[in-house]
Design a protein around this ligand. Structure first.
Ligand code: GUN
Length: 307
């Protein structure tokens, strides 16, 4: 269940850092390379093209966590002017490398590169991002594959707040991206929720959201979801992560906010994820979980399940 109420609001605060630590502890305990005689360490390769500051920070965090868990962790950093053919070559090399079980190409790519052929070049069984069309299809069909890390982490947080059985719950996902919104909707449908996917063309978004017991906001628009959009007691998961200038904290300072107007929504919701410290840590934890699962499957072992 979610953790203690915050002092200024009614909603229980879902502590993503604590839940993520539980997932990574399970990954550490189950890491095949640590078991005597297993002879295999999960291998993760993260490919970064260019020097976008945000991407460097995310990729660094992924590599550090993998190393901390005893994974074989490599980062391929390619110059910003890398061509499509070279990037496809790098992916092909990682596909053939038996020490690598998971490949992640950090997005967004520089504008001159087309991400679709790159994602399609990753072997589906090494696609720890769950973005390959084969994995997207398996998720839609409710079959085992690789599930994108952020929505997989959101499901764990939702169950943390509401318990394992979500059958019949009304859920609204705001945003229809391939990375979050669409797979999130599939996961909720597969859990027997009644799901609405809202997006920029949805009419009367506030009324749509107000009907939901579970709200997942994944649009990337700072504090868009307001307190009067939320049904009392709803579970609110905020995937947004937007850095805003915060001159009140000093010159050049910034603050991180989500898609949800936290202070307003926390007064109405039953449970809410904060930003930072909510969904973000879960994304990295689920990447580690997916890499472990890929490593287990590569040697024909039963893969652990998470959440
Ligand atoms: N950029 C931001 N989030 C992600 C993610 O989950 N996977 C990849 N590949 N790139 C991202």
């Amino acid at each position: 269940m979610a953790t203690a109420p915050s002092s200024s609001a009614d909603a229980r605060v879902i502590d993503g850092r604590a839940v993520a630590a539980g997932v990574t502890a399970q990954v550490a305990a189950e890491t095949v390379g640590r078991k005597p005689g297993a002879g295999i360490a999960p291998g993760l390769a993260v490919v970064l093209v260019g020097e976008a500051r945000g991407s460097q920070v995310y990729v660094g965090a992924k590599g550090r966590k993998a190393a901390e868990l005893g994974f074989h962790s490599i980062q391929k950093t390619l110059p910003a002017d890398t061509g499509q053919a070279r990037l496809l070559d790098v992916v092909a090399g990682l596909n053939e490398d038996p020490s690598i079980h998971g490949i992640l190409v950090q997005l967004p790519l520089p504008r001159h590169l087309d991400k679709t052929p790159v994602i399609e070049a990753i072997r589906p069984e090494k696609d720890v991002d769950g973005l390959h069309p084969v994995n997207a299809g398996l998720l839609l069909a409710g079959l085992p594959g690789m599930v994108p890390c952020t929505p997989a982490g959101c499901m764990i947080l939702i169950r943390h707040a509401l318990g394992p059985d979500l059958a019949g719950k009304r859920a609204v996902v705001i945003g229809r991206s391939v990375l979050v919104g669409k797979p999130m909707a599939s996961l909720l449908v597969n859990a027997d929720c009644t799901v609405t996917v809202a997006h920029s063309r949805t009419r009367d978004l506030a009324a749509t959201v107000r009907a939901a017991e579970i709200v997942v906001a994944a649009v990337g628009r700072a504090e868009m979801v307001r307190g009067d959009w939320i049904a009392p007691g709803a579970t609110v998961i905020d995937v947004g992560m937007i850095r805003l200038p915060a001159p009140e904290r000093g010159e050049g300072k910034t603050r991180l906010v989500g898609d949800v107007a936290y202070d307003e929504v926390a007064k109405v919701a039953g449970a809410i994820t904060p930003v930072p410290g909510g969904v973000g840590p879960m994304t990295i934890a689920m990447l580690m979980a997916n890499t472990l699962v890929a490593a287990c499957r590569s040697i024909g072992r039963d893969a652990p399940s998470f959440g």
